[in-house]
Design a protein around this ligand. Structure first.
Ligand SMILES: Cc1cc2nc3c(=O)[nH]c(=O)nc-3n(C[C@H](O)[C@H](O)[C@H](O)COP(=O)(O)OP(=O)(O)OC[C@H]3O[C@@H](n4cnc5c(N)ncnc54)[C@H](O)[C@@H]3O)c2cc1C
Length: 402
């Protein structure tokens, strides 16, 4: 029986000390102003080598990250396995402009992660950000215009943009594609799934383009490559239908992770500054409606789809449970929450027999800081989520009398 209010199950993997720390952290994150300042100052402080790594490690890092390395994350992975929870391993490299050697080093690291995942019973997926494998500036250059994003099948515009690149940029693009292909190829060989994360709209078109080509190539027999759709975008429902149609046309499994999206404030601010129509839905209701409709669509088309409902929203999670029960497909839906968030969903879903995982980032502190800042902002700006999280933690503290 599914019961999201069972805090004993939800926090069974946390010691009293860890739980009290989580309570402290979620309390602090409620102060929106403080989080905003921290999000700006923390990367700067790290850049000028102020000694703040210790404090980050003991707070946000411990709550939201598995460890600084794969080995260090093993403990967490094994603990989750005991509770029938999978992990999506996320080597936290993203963004920034680096030289090709750094991207090659990231590629080697991703391959290490896939090999490691292959040795674990509960690590069926790893996630990849293409901004960790190639230049963000180059991705931005290949993006289509703000009004008219990649339309999927038969969209030739990105190919035209690639053809117009100069020699060294073209070589850099080919390297990026090659690195992604190598990752997908090793993943297929070892039976590990690759989730390509969705990023900001001003670089997302070429990411979708790569995801499409990898899906066509690697998903012929089973789902290996999952693209990510952010339903806070008003164009993603149409995009999903076109993507699904493409999988039928080319005879491969449509594989997708659906999220609401992590960059809302940044997206809106940029659209306002550069005076283009925001790619984000006007309100939360519209996002929720699209998200829940996407769940229905994917369950209804389950024969040709593999999908991950990646959300902390209780209503959407219950909705997915109900629709999948109606379609007699409870085993087909795969749920996922971020490590350190919504344990009441993860562990109660697992205990009721659903397939569920934690998205588990790991990496050196300075590399995971952008991820940590997003988590802090998400937990401060989405007031409902934080207070729900905090009230459950408080309830469990009360139950344990700590
Ligand atoms: C496993 C996993 C993988 C993820 N991968 C990615 C990824 O690849 N790319 C990515 O961008 N994010 C990713 N995320 C993060 C995800 O986008 C956020 O966790 C998510 O937006 C929070 O939404 P929620 O579904 O948990 O529900 P809720 O808490 O109900 O929704 C909050 C979200 O709704 C949207 N929203 C809130 N207010 C408004 C408003 N006024 N108008 C419009 N929209 C609004 C925002 O997206 C906000 O984050 C991932 C999350 C998980 C769990």
């Amino acid at each position: 029986m599914l019961n999201f209010n069972d805090t004993e199950k939800a926090f069974a993997y946390k010691t009293d000390k860890q739980l009290k720390k989580a309570r402290f952290l979620f309390r602090i994150m409620q102060y929106n102003g403080l989080v905003k300042i921290a999000a700006v100052l923390t990367p700067l402080a790290l850049k000028i080598h102020l000694p703040i790594k210790g404090i980050i490690k003991k707070t946000l890092f411990e709550q939201f990250v598995g460890g600084t390395s794969l080995q260090q994350s093993s403990n967490v992975i094994d603990k989750l396995e005991k509770q029938n929870v999978d992990v999506i391993l996320d080597y936290g490299v993203e963004g920034g402009e680096y030289d090709e050697a750094k991207y090659d080093a990231s590629l080697a690291e991703f391959i290490k992660v896939i090999r490691f995942a292959g040795t674990k019973k509960n690590a069926p997926f790893i996630s990849v950000k293409l901004t960790g494998l190639g230049s963000t500036t180059l991705l931005a250059k290949l993006n289509l215009n703000a009004y008219d994003h990649f339309k999927f099948a038969s969209d030739e515009r990105i190919k035209e943009k690639i053809a117009a690149l100069g020699t060294s940029e073209k070589a850099a693009w080919e390297k990026l594609v090659e690195r992604t292909e190598q990752i997908c190829s090793v993943a297929r060989e070892l039976g590990v799934g690759i989730m390509i994360d969705a990023e900001e709209t001003w670089i997302q078109d070429p990411i979708d383009f790569v995801a499409l080509n990898m899906s066509r190539k690697f998903n012929q027999n089973k789902a290996v490559v999952y693209n990510t759709l952010q339903f806070y975008r008003h164009d993603r429902m149409q995009f999903m239908h076109a993507a699904y149609q493409d999988s039928l046309d080319h005879g491969y499994q449509y594989a997708v992770k659906i999220v609401r999206g992590a960059y809302m404030e940044k997206e809106r601010a940029r659209a306002e500054k550069l005076k283009y129509k925001s790619p984000i839905h006007v309100d939360k209701e519209a996002v929720d409606k699209d998200y829940d409709e996407a769940i229905v669509f994917l369950i209804e088309h389950q024969e040709n789809c593999s999908f991950i409902v990646a959300s902390h929203n209780e209503k959407s999670t219950l909705h997915a449970v109900q629709i999948s029960n109606q379609h007699k497909a409870p085993g087909k839906v795969y749920f996922s929450q971020l490590f350190g968030m919504s344990d009441h969903l993860t562990f109660n879903l697992a205990s009721a027999g659903f397939k569920v995982s934690k998205y588990l980032p790991f990496g050196p502190i300075e590399e995971v800081v952008p991820y940590l800042m997003r988590r802090a902002q998400e937990n401060s700006s989405v007031a409902g989520q934080t207070s729900r999280e905090l009230s459950l933690i408080r309830e469990e503290c009360k139950r344990r009398e700590i």
